[in-house]
Design a protein around this ligand. Structure first.
Ligand code: SF4
Ligand code: SF4
Length: 136
């Protein structure tokens, strides 16, 4: 399944001037949007980007970046569930690719586990009450 996720890349000085992000497309067939970047030759750099592609290819691509010395952080902490707005309809559960949203039994209330979230924002599009929020 094709999903998107937002990540933060920290480049050490020795790789900041190498076009290794382009390898995400060339080697792993991933699309990406650069949302923010601060990169200078021979200095540490930071880039916030969205990557789009099959989950398995994303994992391979990110592993490749790690092997080049890039530190990767997820932006998943920026997804929130507003329980006051949630009506437990379950629409988000069906679209969440990582089961970060799930139905708790026996209450049948919908819960959010931020540690599983990859910030793909599928739930935000699915939620009828705008209970799922991105805080970027
Ligand atoms: S909780 Fe929402 S943003 Fe996080 S992985 Fe599931 S669908 Fe994507
Ligand atoms: S789609 Fe929205 S209202 Fe429905 S269970 Fe998920 S967060 Fe709650």
């Amino acid at each position: 399944m094709t999903v998107s996720r937002k990540i933060v890349l920290h480049f050490p000085a020795q790789v900041a001037d190498r076009p290794i992000v382009c390898d995400l497309a060339l080697r792993f067939g991933l699309a990406f949007n650069i949302l923010r970047a601060s990169i200078s030759p021979h200095r540490e750099g930071i880039m916030v980007m969205e990557i789009i592609g099959e989950g398995a290819n994303q994992e391979k691509g990110l592993q490749y970046l790690r092997e080049q010395g890039v530190l990767i952080e997820s932006l998943s902490q920026d997804i929130r569930k507003n329980d006051e707005r949630c009506i437990n309809c379950g629409a988000c559960v069906g679209v969440c690719p990582t089961s970060a949203l799930f139905i708790e039994k026996p209450s049948f209330e919908v819960r959010f586990d931020g540690t599983r979230c990859i910030a793909c924002e599928m739930c935000i599009m699915a939620c009828p009450t705008f209970a799922m929020e991105a805080l970027i």
